[in-house]
Design a protein around this ligand. Structure first.
Ligand code: HEC
Ligand code: HEC
Ligand code: HEC
Ligand code: HEC
Ligand code: HEC
Length: 202
């Protein structure tokens, strides 16, 4: 009777230990896997903006060129979001009765920038030069998707290391980029950009 009790107690202890430990082990393993493999992504991130600026209306319907507003894309590492004076080129006369436009005018008059919520952001250790990609003939839409159809911008691509490398290796590179990299070749395939760590990492 006593032995039976002890055995039951031992079984019970093992059961409880397993119930507590198993999830703990899973959490630890999960955390290690999560931190070792660079797979975290903000794909789909679509924050609300302080002014409901529509790319569909401006870049789509009104066909304003991307670089009219994002003028640094060709020149620098970073693409810029335009300052209010660019908006005022049109909105000093266009739709001035709109409360959103009045907000833009107020920002312009007071010199207070509009606090756009940043959508795309790589970690600090990664290096991404916009101008090199634009110069190599990669279109904005290849990476940012159909921006000219978006009322509100969202992160279209995963922007993970694997995503970068798939294109650099040539696997997901657009046809035009392959054709530029291998001029004269009939059915071009192969790498289109370097893949060594120091190219992309500080
Ligand atoms: C009239 C000016 C204007 C034009 C034209 C324009 N944009 Fe923008 N863009 C903005 C503003 C303002 C923002 C910040 C607010 C927002 O995210 O909607 C922005 C945001 C973005 C972002 C997200 C930035 C971030 O925070 O990560 C991308 C990507 C982008 N634009 C790409 C494009 C592309 C591609 C085109 C051409 C098809 C284009 N834009 C045309 C003004 C413009
Ligand atoms: C090249 C001209 C041009 C530029 C530059 C421009 N817009 Fe516009 N915007 C327009 C036109 C055209 C409309 C549509 C007006 C209408 O509906 O009659 C519009 C409409 C809008 C609206 C909708 C207003 C409403 O209440 O219906 C907002 C908000 C807006 N623009 C914000 C911006 C911001 C922010 C910038 C600067 C980043 C900007 N625009 C730059 C031409 C421009
Ligand atoms: C090869 C992919 C690729 C192409 C092509 C590309 N972008 Fe980007 N874009 C990115 C990445 C990655 C980021 C995030 C960069 C960072 O955080 O340093 C970004 C960020 C941005 C931003 C936010 C500001 C910034 O620099 O962080 C804007 C605006 C933008 N892109 C506009 C454009 C426009 C306009 C074009 C076309 C002229 C374009 N992009 C072409 C990948 C691309
Ligand atoms: C084509 C560009 C590119 C190349 C080449 C590249 N990386 Fe990355 N790497 C990135 C980007 C972008 C990120 C950030 C996005 C992410 O975490 O997936 C990243 C993330 C990482 C991380 C994850 C860090 C974290 O925050 O979790 C490690 C580790 C890493 N890279 C190591 C390497 C090593 C080692 C090499 C060489 C074998 C290499 N990378 C080559 C673009 C690149
Ligand atoms: C759709 C294809 C594509 C994607 C996606 C892409 N790249 Fe590139 N990348 C290119 C091409 C093409 C070049 C130009 C190579 C050249 O100039 O010869 C390039 C060049 C570069 C260079 C300059 C290389 C040098 O020689 O100095 C860096 C750095 C770079 N990419 C980083 C990245 C990072 C980081 C990402 C992901 C966030 C990324 N790229 C995503 C196609 C791509």
């Amino acid at each position: 009777m006593n032995d039976q009790n002890k055995q039951d107690q031992a079984k019970q202890t093992i059961k409880i230990a397993a119930m507590v430990l198993l999830p703990l082990v899973l959490v630890v393993v999960g955390f290690v896997v999560y931190t070792i493999f660079p797979t975290a992504s903000n794909q789909g991130y679509m924050p609300e903006q302080p002014i409901p600026f529509s790319h569909k209306l401006h870049a789509g319907q009104n066909k304003i060129a991307c670089m009219y507003c994002h003028s640094d894309v060709e020149k620098s590492k970073h693409a810029n979001v335009p300052a209010v004076n660019v908006c005022m080129n049109c909105h000093s006369v266009v739709k001035t009765d709109s409360p959103h436009i009045q907000k833009i005018k107020k920002a312009f008059d007071t010199g207070q920038p509009i606090e756009w919520v940043q959508i795309h952001e790589l970690p600090d250790h990664a290096r991404f030069p916009h101008k090199r990609h634009v110069a190599a003939g990669v279109s904005c839409q290849t990476c940012h998707g159909p921006i000219e159809e978006m009322d509100r911008v969202y992160q279209y691509s995963p922007l993970t290391m694997g995503w970068c490398l798939e294109c650099h290796r040539g696997n997901s590179a657009p046809k035009e980029v392959l054709a530029r990299t291998y001029p004269g070749v009939k059915d071009p395939h192969g790498p289109v950009a370097p893949q060594n760590c120091t190219v992309c990492h500080y």
